[in-house]
Write a protein that binds this ligand. Structure first.
Ligand SMILES: *[C@@H]1O[C@H](CO)[C@@H](O)[C@H](O)[C@H]1NC(C)=O
Ligand SMILES: *[C@@H]1O[C@H](CO)[C@@H](O)[C@H](O)[C@H]1NC(C)=O
Ligand SMILES: *[C@@H]1O[C@H](CO)[C@@H](O)[C@H](O)[C@H]1NC(C)=O
Ligand SMILES: *[C@@H]1O[C@H](CO)[C@@H](O)[C@H](O)[C@H]1NC(C)=O
Ligand SMILES: *[C@@H]1O[C@H](CO)[C@@H](O)[C@H](O)[C@H]1NC(C)=O
Length: 462
């Protein structure tokens, strides 16, 4: 045990150097420790944003909201006191019996630095007892209750690993848009699984969407409408000064109406092309890699503290924020739209029509409502020149009916967040439902791509 641990620690440290070493790490793991363990390195680790689960677990599982949707974890206790991460020391005192452990093997991407390696998750079971998930490498022949496979093009190797799969319920988990999954549109692979954990409405356990700083969804009404108006007026003045000072960017022929942050320019949604066309009619400040026309320092240099918070305050100055999803797939909405809503900037939203219901009523501009980019641009110009009309898109902030309805559909804040660690307890309870015969062990039901995603040219650009 100790030897393994030391070895593991050493390998773990090496992981952060070269890819070469990663390869040998995986070999080491496979050869010496048998099946792939809980922890896997993969090259995209830097991108993963696992937030501070430790402080937020319980509140994500508060199911007292009357608007619960059907496939949320239907655990009815509103008081999940004691659920979450506990310390190693605590476990000694707790005298946990073996049947209180839930053993699963995670196959796929896990952030080894941040994802609670060696920590213990305490979950309330269906019978009100506590159960425990200990995050440590999986050893061959150890007791196993469930396999959890991450479906993501970067780390999924289903065809190869199927053979080594054990005869236990298999959960497919993905936080990626559907086209970026390996298994989603491969019938054979898909039906190899029993449960799905994802953001889609057909999932067995449904994840919510979340902003990088995990309590951000609560901040949607942090700014009053007056404050938003004030910040935007201030921006107008700044624009005039910069014009006078000759410090504007070349594209800023008139006041920028919208901002755009995008780093993945080759999406499944032609969003880059759409924005390019939009830029012919209105001024868009682009900060990401795609169609970049603004220095990054422009917003990063402002203020201090949490960069997400800084970004949010920065985009408040823009009447609109372009939020184009990289895939137009059922139920797929990333956290960006929430960021815009929280910032007080009206999202110009492109996503699957099924996702509109996840946004507060009259809080957004939907690309699908316009014939093409020029028509959309004309509407944006109209709104920017008519405060009365523009600010109607902010009145939801103080309308409890709209907010309740929004939370109901999207079930904020009751869904587990968009992170693996937040769905561990719901998964455990799902397993218990299965074991106690409350739900059958079914196979996932495959749907072809065209029933899930719309083609990239779905929204007409010209
Ligand atoms: C759950 O949410 C309800 C309504 O938002 C709240 O009144 C209650 O205190 C919450 N319970 C817990 C344990 O957080
Ligand atoms: C631990 O639990 C077992 C039964 O579950 C019991 O027999 C034993 O006395 C307990 N030990 C301590 C130190 O509480
Ligand atoms: C504009 O120029 C004035 C005087 O030259 C200077 O004080 C001010 O800081 C400048 N403002 C901006 C936004 O560049
Ligand atoms: C998802 O798919 C798009 C389009 O093919 C691609 O550009 C992007 O890199 C993929 N994302 C990830 C994280 O692999
Ligand atoms: C709040 O929104 C609802 C639903 O759109 C609407 O019927 C109602 O008039 C709004 N209330 C106020 C005070 O604007």
């Amino acid at each position: 045990m100790n030897l393994n641990k030391t070895l593991f620690k050493r390998v773990y440290a090496l992981c952060f150097s070269l890819l070469m070493i990663i390869v040998s790490y995986n070999n080491f793991y496979n050869n010496f420790l048998g099946n792939p363990g809980v922890y896997f390195y993969h090259k995209d680790i830097e991108r993963a944003t696992y937030g501070n689960y430790y402080n937020n677990d319980a509140k994500y599982h508060n199911n007292s909201n009357k608007f619960n949707v059907d496939n949320d974890d239907p655990y009815k206790h509103t008081n999940i006191e004691g659920e979450g991460v506990i310390t190693r020391d605590a476990i000694k005192e707790l005298n946990i019996s073996n049947d209180q452990y839930f053993y699963f093997k995670y196959i796929g991407r896990v952030d080894t630095r941040k994802l609670d390696r060696d920590t213990i998750i305490r979950c309330k079971g269906l019978d009100d007892k506590f159960y425990y998930i200990v995050r440590k490498p999986y050893y061959p022949n150890q007791k196993l209750d469930m396999e959890i496979w991450s479906d993501y093009i970067v780390d999924f190797e289903a065809p190869k690993k199927k053979l080594s799969s054990r005869n236990v319920p298999r959960t497919l988990i993905s936080m990626e848009p559907q086209p970026n999954r390996t298994c989603e549109f491969d019938k054979d692979c898909f039906e190899f699984f029993n449960f799905k954990v994802s953001f889609e409405s057909q999932s067995d356990i449904r994840m919510g969407f979340d902003t990088p700083s995990s309590s951000a969804y609560k901040l949607y009404n942090k700014l009053t409408i007056d404050e938003i108006a004030k910040i935007q007026t201030q921006f107008k003045l700044e624009y005039q000064v910069m014009k006078h000072n000759n410090t504007l960017q070349p594209h800023q022929k008139s006041i920028p109406l919208a901002n755009w942050f995008c780093t993945n320019c080759n999406s499944h949604s032609n969003r880059n092309e759409y924005v390019q066309e939009l830029m012919k009619f209105i001024v868009v400040d682009s900060f990401g890699k795609c169609l970049k026309n603004m220095p990054t320092s422009n917003f990063l240099s402002r203020g201090s503290g949490d960069p997400f918070e800084r970004k949010r305050l920065f985009i408040t100055r823009y009447k609109f924020t372009i939020v184009f999803e990289n895939s137009i797939c059922k139920d797929y909405v990333s956290e960006k739209v929430l960021d815009a809503l929280i910032a007080g900037s009206v999202p110009i939203f492109m996503g699957h029509p099924s996702t509109i219901k996840y946004l507060p009523l009259n809080s957004y501009i939907f690309v699908g409502d316009f014939k093409n980019a020029e028509h959309l641009a004309n509407h944006l110009k109209f709104l920017s020149e008519n405060d009365n009309e523009y600010f109607k898109l902010h009145t939801w902030r103080t309308n409890q009916t709209v907010i309740d309805q929004w939370k109901g559909v999207n079930n904020y804040p009751n869904k587990p967040g968009f992170r693996f660690r937040e769905v561990q307890c719901p998964i455990l309870r799902h397993y218990q439902r299965l074991k106690t015969g409350k739900i059958p062990l079914k196979k996932l039901k495959y749907k072809p791509m065209n029933q899930v995603c719309l083609p990239s040219n779905y929204y007409k650009i010209k």
